[in-house]
Design a protein around this ligand. Structure first.
Ligand code: PLP
Length: 418
């Protein structure tokens, strides 16, 4: 009855079932996986949205339906101005609005890949790519980021080898990566551009977290992979994805975009095709498009509030980690996630540890495998990882981290008394 692309295993995930059971029993859960900013008590996004909606209420343009497949021109101008402020050369004609970055991926996969073709994605990485590609009958293959010397680095040799495989159409890069928080360095950006240009592959740069940089962000890391004016002609066909869900901490707005750069003829051909795809759905609400320019003007205030939270939560986490002596916090340059490394001989089983943490102190956290965080360190020793969100209040992060450290201590105690 159902297509292979919808042949998912629909058995509920063991962890969400555990969490639901706990909540149904009236027991509290401290959810360290919370990455929905609307549940994290931010003021600036709601204030900006409230003001934009109030202004919009009296706007006569609300009552008209004049869809433009690429999106309302004023909204696209605002997006182009945002990228221009990052140093990119981009006109509003090179922007296509979508309801989310996820929809942007769908448009790109449809345009760039036939069923069975391959897109390359980084690991560790965001687990949604497999589903998004699968929905378009596109395969994913991965290339590794490797942690060493205090930073995650793109393995360029492994990427070049993966790009040489048959059927590869595009390389995805996430800047900064979720969950490692690694920003693409200038050298990595140049290498990605050169590889894609040489092999005729599209480069897709997911920049949803690009404005959310931490204190450890190298000052020379690019703001965007979209090139300045003189570099576009010599570069690959490049699509930068971003949107309100992370940039403005307003996922409910459902507003995002694809910004297109590259040699002129190729860029225009891509835009004409994207326009046909977007025109088939006209999915972005007219009201949201009208609100977008004003909301984008509020981005600095919003990013400041979110960055302050992430910084404060991370520093509380670092303090608990330092005091515990048995956890390691991997460095991050941007984004909202943190990765904890657990050692031991053997290190704790990620699933068992996560389950025990939920059943015991009621703390929910992601196992590292969910994001393909590799189970070895740079010396090849077995390690485990946990991934948590830094959007929560610092006090909650501290409480959760203390519970993790305590659980690790108990496990150690249990092991050594055996
Ligand atoms: C790296 C990355 N890209 C894209 C998305 C999806 O964003 P959107 O809400 O715009 O679809 C997410 C959401 O968490 C993400 O982490």
């Amino acid at each position: 009855m159902f297509a292979r692309r919808a042949g998912w295993d629909l058995t509920p995930n063991a962890l969400s079932e555990r969490m639901a059971r706990r909540r149904a029993a009236g027991l509290p859960v401290l959810d360290l996986t919370e990455s929905n900013p609307t549940r994290c008590g931010f003021g600036a996004p709601s204030q900006a949205l409230g003001e934009a909606l109030r202004r919009l209420a009296g706007d006569p343009r609300n009552l008209r339906y004049e869809p433009d497949p690429r999106g309302d021109l004023e909204a696209r101008r605002a997006v182009a101005a945002f990228h221009a402020a990052q140093g990119a050369a981009l006109g509003p004609e090179s922007v296509v609005l979508t309801t989310g970055t996820s929809e942007g991926y769908a448009h790109l996969f449809r345009m760039l890949a036939d069923p069975g073709d391959v897109v390359l994605v980084p690991t560790p990485g965001y687990p949604l790519f497999e589903i998004l590609a699968g929905l378009e009958s596109v395969e994913i293959d991965s290339y590794p980021l490797r942690f060493g010397g205090g930073r995650w680095r793109l393995d360029l040799d492994a990427l070049a080898a993966a790009a040489a495989r048959p059927g590869v159409r595009a390389v995805l890069t996430v800047h900064p990566n979720n969950p490692t928080g690694a920003l693409t360095s200038p050298g990595e950006a140049a290498a990605l551009r050169a590889l894609c240009r040489e092999r005729g592959l599209a480069l897709v740069s997911d920049e949803v977290f690009a404005a959310h940089r931490g204190a450890a962000a190298p000052p020379d890391a690019p703001q965007t992979l979209l090139p300045a004016a003189d570099a576009a002609e010599d570069g690959p066909l490049l699509f930068a994805l971003s949107g309100a869900s992370k940039l403005l901490a307003l996922p409910q707005l459902k507003a995002a975009w694809i910004a297109v750069s590259g040699p002129r003829t190729l860029r225009e051909e891509a835009l004409a095709r994207l326009e046909v795809i977007a025109d088939s759905y006209l999915s972005v609400s007219g009201l949201v498009q009208l609100a977008l320019p004003e909301l984008l003007r509020a981005r600095d205030v919003i990013v400041r509030e979110v960055t302050a939270r992430v910084t404060a939560s991370r520093s509380r986490l670092a303090a608990v980690v330092a005091a515990s002596g048995q956890l390691e916090l991997l460095p991050s340059e941007g984004g909202w996630a943190a990765i904890l490394r657990l050692r031991g001989a053997p290190p704790p089983d990620e699933d068992a540890f996560v389950a025990a943490l939920l059943d015991g102190p009621g703390v929910a956290i992601h196992p590292g495998w969910l994001f393909d965080v590799p189970p070895e360190d740079e010396q090849g020793r077995s390690v485990s990882h946990l991934v948590l969100s830094m959007l929560l209040e610092p006090a909650d992060v501290e409480r959760g981290a203390a519970a993790i450290a305590a659980a690790l201590g108990t496990q150690r105690g249990a092991r050594s008394s055996r």
